[in-house]
Design a protein around this ligand. Sequence first.
Ligand code: NA7
Length: 537
Amino acid sequence: MSDQQFETFDAIIIGAGFAGLYSLYKLRKLGLNVRVFEAGDGVGGTWYWNRYPGARCDVESMEYSYSFDPELEQEWVWPDKYSKQSDILRYANHVAERYDLLKDIQFETRIKSAYYDRNINTWTIETSGGQKATAQYCIMAVGNLSTPRVPDFKGVDSFAGDWYHSGLWPKEEVDFSSKRVGIIGTGSTAIQIIPHVAKQAKHLTIFQRTANYSLPARNGPLPEDVRAAHKKKYRELREQAYFTPFGIAGYPPPEKAATDATPEEREAKYHQKWAEGGTISYLFSYNDLLLSPDSNKTASDFVRDRIREIVHDPNTAELLCPNDHPIGTKRICLDSGYYETFNRDNVSLVNVRSAPIEEITQTGLRTTTDAFELDSIIFATGFDAMTGAVLEMDVRTSDGIDMRERWKDGPKTYLGIMVAGFPNMFVITGPGSPGVKSQMILSIEQHTDWITDCIKNMRAKGINRAEAQPESEAKWVEHVNEVADSTLYPQANSWYVGANIPGKPRIFMPYVGGVEAYKKICDEVVENGYEGISLSP
Ligand code: NA7
């Protein structure tokens, strides 16, 4: 191997999404020589890959952005209340250019393996093209929803039409006009795609296994006065966001329980929230919606009633009513005209819970009871969430520790950031972190600041190795589970528990104790001299 193929850095970052970009920015500020490796040919991560029609963020634009540079947040103009994918990608590109990040990112490079050698305290990564690079620190900025998954349907390769996975959408616009389109899945992604494709396609058939709750986004252009008012208080709001459960300012946590309200009061409140739009607003109707089954039922029933009101055909409406999980225990979807779409003549809903898909055929697909002729199929079937991207790589150490083996019964981390046995490796918003249950960019910044402070501290004190202690990791995993078990979250078969991947261990992965509690714990770990982490020269 030539020297040119074997470059040496202080830190290697895997992924150039929002986490990778900010990590590069921060580590470079520490004076580290950093290289980012990214599989795509551009920055943006999730927002690079998920270009499907209708792709939008379900967190408001003024919140869903970096906070590290007040000038950036003042100058950038978000056109809509909830940003569309192309605007978020434009923002990611702007950030990459503005802070001169591109020169340290190697695109179109997928990492195949990462190997830590304890004797030389070095990580070596190998790309799928056989290129190797080494560094003392390895930052996994690989994303939580970055391993798209097409179920193991028989016959996918035999399909004569075009098929797409929502998370690997082509850059060119796809024209579905005059096509008979089938979409598999009714998660957040499908719920965004369906109204758009229905307007184009000759016919759209939606294959639904599980109905989901969706709330109206009430999206629209962001009025200038709203934008200006937010910008005026931006610093204060960013600070406030850290003292909230989801890392989003402007929604004071409710004080009242649903069971303490009269039915009339509840009905009025839910109507007001429905009219307002947004998921946090709705979940914050009462303080016990994710804790008490009875309270939750009042909020779930209200949405089911709205579905029955919107959808004209009673059988379709009933099929669209979620009945297997309490509202909020799976990610609530946010839509613009989803339920209304089922009133169109060119749209039909098929229950693939009662009659599952058996195979993809040359001309469409076949369930256990019917055959469907299709020109295009969209797989909106989700991701191997939270662990998929890490486990896709062969991550191991000279001590013989293998990540796939360590996580075979479910992921184990300390704070969602470090993994015992893997020194100097940091995961951004990994399992055990509140990441996916928060305003993601806020969590990314909080994790990255914590990681860079840790590295800064190490360098100042001549410490070369930081390693999570197995006991502290075990305690953190226990805590994550305890917190989840005190809520209704584990009741749903969601990607939070890996339920969408056959054979994946059923473990509740995100930390649902809230951003405020989590940040406090992270800060205390630092105050106590990086408690739970072995630091060695
Ligand atoms: P999700 O939320 O995991 O949804 C995937 C959908 O695909 C869901 O409706 C699944 O039904 C369905 N699915 C998966 N496998 C099958 C098979 N074999 N047959 C029929 N239907 C199937 O992914 P999304 O991309 O929508 O959203 C992911 C996150 O991105 C979202 O939470 C936001 O945070 C952004 P199931 O529910 O498993 O019965």
